[in-house]
Design a protein around this ligand. Structure first.
Ligand code: SAM
Length: 277
């Protein structure tokens, strides 16, 4: 057994006892798989926890379901990043979805997830899913007016992911959406990554008419408090009663009708960050 620490900032981190299962260097990043007594198997990229067997459902459900419920009829969905497959698995719970494109820059993440995280990656080879090994930024350039929902399941805004948090990129996202299209992105921790969080909100607001922020509690992500930013030009994303009767059919463990109904209830300090963004 070893002790693994992810440094959340220079002053604080998450330390877990673990057995190392696999460590490889892909073209883009170091991929590490650990078995931990507390959180089950863990996927770590360049020293940062991406997902764990124990709490992955929280992040993946919260990232996928609100946008898919708010859209009147989501048929074509794009996931950018998300090579572990958890978001794709949740998207496919919506019966209206006919086609899911996954654009992941690093094929090794997909291969490692399929081998070591079967319950997370289980739907990656579903016939509705098409995998593209490409940079999300370049991928969008060629796809105008196509998707109903675009989900940004990217790593932290450093390295290959940095570009995915900028205004120019969100403009490409908007151009790739059809009428009634909705975008949702993971946008970091308001507690420990306030700058990334408020920058993402600011950049998204420059591009989309309706923008909302919601939170979830993900124990293995920095501070535990995690944010998601959802945006659309034509859909009123504040209507969290839309399709609420469908929530139970999704068989989720964290996302539920009461969370959906008050999705945009935010703590005062988070509202203050958004006001000054
Ligand atoms: N849930 C995670 C989190 O917030 O920590 C994100 C998980 S997912 C594994 C992130 C994925 O985004 C990684 O596999 C990474 O390779 C991919 N990625 C990073 N930059 C990308 C880009 N420019 N285009 C497509 N995928 C990218």
């Amino acid at each position: 057994m070893i002790w693994f620490t992810e440094y959340w900032t220079e002053n604080v981190g998450l330390t877990v006892k673990a057995d190392q299962v696999k460590r490889i260097r892909s073209k883009y990043q170091e991929i590490l798989v650990l078995d931990t007594p507390q959180f089950g198997r863990m996927l770590i990229l360049d020293g940062l926890v991406q997902t764990t067997e124990k709490d992955e459902f929280i992040y993946h459900e919260m990232l996928a379901h609100p946008a898919l419920l708010m859209h009147p009829d989501p048929e074509r969905v794009l996931v950018i990043g998300g090579g572990d497959g958890g978001t794709v698995r949740e998207v496919l719970k919506h019966s209206s979805v006919k086609e899911v494109h996954l654009c992941e820059i690093d094929e090794e993440v997909i291969l490692v997830s399929e081998k070591y995280f079967p319950t997370i990656s289980e739907k990656l080879r579903d016939p509705k899913v098409k995998i593209f090994i490409e940079d999300g930024n370049e991928f969008l350039q060629e796809r105008q007016n196509y998707y109903d929902v675009i989900i940004m399941d990217s790593s932290d805004p450093v390295g290959a992911s940095e570009v995915l948090f900028q205004e120019e990129f969100y403009r490409k996202v908007k151009n790739s959406l059809r009428h009634n299209g909705i975008m949702v992105a993971q946008t970091e921790s308001p507690v420990l990554q306030e700058e990334y969080f408020s920058k993402a909100y600011r950049e998204i607001r420059k591009v989309f008419r309706n923008v909302g922020v919601y939170l979830a509690y993900v124990p293995t992500y920095p501070s535990g408090m995690w944010s998601f930013t959802i945006a659309s030009d034509f859909v009123d994303i504040t209507d969290t009663k839309r399709n609420i009767e469908k929530v139970k059919e999704l068989k989720t463990k964290y996302f539920c009708d009461s969370i959906y109904a008050c999705l945009f209830s935010l703590p005062g300090f988070v509202q203050d960050i958004l006001k000054k963004s």
